[in-house]
Design a protein around this ligand. Structure first.
Ligand code: SAH
Length: 346
């Protein structure tokens, strides 16, 4: 196993069976070596700097019905809200003061944000803060829509593919949604010029190790600038309310593997990881992650953006507690970087 890890670090690739055995390996010494190797490769590319992104959750309305997600349209118990242009801009004003230079606008697929509405918001953020990057995470849209938002100034787009296996995809989503369309969106985003992010939930219902291997192979084809992964966490008011959560250990292992396959990728230690383990984000960084995304949403809406149960949003993951997050990151030998933190390749 140690030899496999060395070879992965050197060649950024392995044979199918080797990836599988690494993903399935829970030997402590092997995992420690994997973590250390991934961290060394991340340090070689990004140094001791961890990028921060201010996450603004703009809407809990969603027309989709993904079986895992707490804000799925069909969840009548979900509390719905949406932020206006003014709300979003005041989050950015606050975030800029705090030191954020990237704003991530994330939300359900909410028809309120037509191209006109969202482009107006993007343009105003970029007018006020030309030194900041705008990342969008608004789900699937048409190619023209992606293009208009890019022309309005958006820099990056996060759209997790969720799983690269069509059968698995169909077990996580209703039949109106298709993996082919999601993949098309990702390739369109890259073609337009966005720094593009894909990703998956680790341990989502019905996921196999072979599925994760397919995810790695898909990512090698897409060549994303960013990869978002976090453990699946059940939400009681969804069809997956009784399913087991994904494992923190497997998430950390996959983070390290992804760091070695994509040495320069922007890899967040996600909120879901921090929710499942009080030191999840620190462990994520030590396993090769180099981004954290504190919550910059208005405090009174945070609870309503409930993708999964017990989502953390008020402690060191809250943007206003940046000092706390900084301490935690310093304590493991890293520092928060105050710049846009673009991908190292284009
Ligand atoms: N509507 C946007 C944003 C979705 S929320 C989109 O479709 O891209 C961002 C991510 O949260 C999703 O891509 C999904 O991977 C993750 N997520 C949703 N429900 C989750 C759950 N129950 N547990 C863990 N992650 C979840």
């Amino acid at each position: 196993m140690f030899e496999i890890i060395d070879r992965l670090a050197q060649e950024s690739n392995l044979k199918d069976g080797e990836f599988i055995s690494l993903l399935d390996c829970n030997d402590t010494r092997v995992n420690e070596y994997l973590t250390k190797t991934a961290r060394r490769v991340c340090d070689a590319n990004y140094g001791k700097r961890i990028f921060i992104r201010g996450l603004i959750e703009i809407s809990s309305y969603c027309k989709n019905n993904c079986y895992y997600c707490g804000i799925r349209g069909g969840n009548r118990k979900a509390e719905r809200y949406r932020l206006t242009k003014e709300d979003i801009l005041s989050c950015c004003d606050h975030g800029y003061e705090l030191g954020f230079r990237t704003f991530v606008l994330q939300g359900g697929e909410d028809g309120y944000y037509t191209d006109e509405v969202i482009c107006d918001i993007i343009r105003e953020i970029k007018r006020r803060y030309p030194d900041c990057a705008v990342t969008l995470s608004l789900g699937e849209r048409g190619e023209e829509s992606f293009r208009k938002m890019y022309e309005a100034g958006a820099d990056r787009y996060l759209l997790r593919h969720e799983t690269a296996n069509p059968i698995h995809y169909s077990k996580l989503h209703p039949k109106e949604m298709s993996l082919d369309y999601r993949k098309k969106c990702l390739f369109d985003l890259k073609k337009i010029g966005y720094q593009t992010g894909c990703g998956i939930m680790v341990g989502s219902p019905f996921q196999t190790t072979e599925n994760i291997l397919e995810d790695i192979r898909f990512m090698q084809e897409l060549k994303p600038h960013m990869i978002g992964i976090g453990p699946f966490i059940h939400h009681r008011d969804t069809p997956f309310g009784e399913y087991a959560d994904g494992s923190v250990e497997l998430t950390l292992r996959l983070l390290s593997i992804l760091r070695l396959v994509f040495p320069k990728v922007l890899l967040p230690a996600t909120t879901a990881l921090g929710t499942k383990d009080p030191f999840g984000r620190e462990k994520g960084i030590l396993a090769g992650a180099n981004v954290v995304m504190p919550n910059l949403s208005p405090v009174d809406t945070r609870k309503k953006y409930s993708l999964y149960e017990n989502k953390i949003c008020t402690d060191s993951e809250a943007a206003e507690n940046l000092a706390d997050l900084r301490k935690r990151i310093n304590a493991i030998g890293y520092e928060i970087a105050i710049d846009r933190g673009d991908s190292l390749w284009t």
